[in-house]
Design a protein around this ligand. Structure first.
Ligand SMILES: Cc1cc2nc3c(=O)[nH]c(=O)nc-3n(C[C@H](O)[C@H](O)[C@H](O)COP(=O)(O)O)c2cc1C
Length: 158
């Protein structure tokens, strides 16, 4: 099954119109942040629910590569935008889990510890280089596959 998660400020506009209010939030960054946060909550909850039921999941950010095609395909109205998809199904071959960034790279106590980031990313790059996954994925960039290379690949796809 493939589910498409859509930021939806059309629905709220209709609800506002019922009470005679003209919705304006769709014109602001706050509207984007609020609706995309809602999608993130839904995506995380869906993935946790699927995994806890023994199903496999693959989130699909690539739906944003061709948003207009999806808007047309699903007949999405104005003030909506496709944010992410998620495939849910029975696992054929279990995936090899990617190495994880050290906790210090995302958990900051009391204040943001910028000085911890470089060592954390260096440590991640070492585990990433040692993972068997390197052998399974074609390398888009020559040389060692580090977080820098991975990030470059991700951003170049946007
Ligand atoms: C927000 C998000 C978007 C993703 N988008 C895609 C995608 O477009 N295509 C894809 O094949 N995998 C996508 N993935 C899946 C990842 O590439 C990876 O398979 C997944 O995070 C599980 O890897 P791990 O458990 O080894 O870390 C996405 C994952 C996340 C969290």
């Amino acid at each position: 099954m493939f589910l498409l998660l859509v930021a939806d400020l059309f629905k709220t506009r209709i609800a506002a119109e019922k009470t005679g209010i003209t919705q304006e939030i769709q014109h602001s960054l706050e509207g984007v942040i609020a609706s995309v946060t809602d999608v993130g909550i839904a995506l995380g909850t869906l993935m946790a629910a699927a995994r806890s039921s023994g199903l496999g999941i693959v989130p699909i950010g690539a739906v944003r590569r061709e948003p207009q095609a999806l808007i047309d395909l699903f007949g999405l109205p104005e003030d909506t935008f496709p944010i992410a998809g998620v495939c849910i199904g029975y696992v054929d071959r279990p995936a090899i889990q990617k190495s994880r960034l050290p906790i210090k790279s995302f958990r900051h106590e009391e204040h943001y510890h910028a000085e911890d980031l470089r060592p954390a990313i260096d440590a991640y790059d070492l585990t990433w280089l040692n993972t068997g996954r390197l052998l399974l994925e074609p390398m888009a960039h020559p040389g060692p596959r580090t977080l820098r290379v991975h990030t470059a690949e991700c951003t170049s796809r946007m």
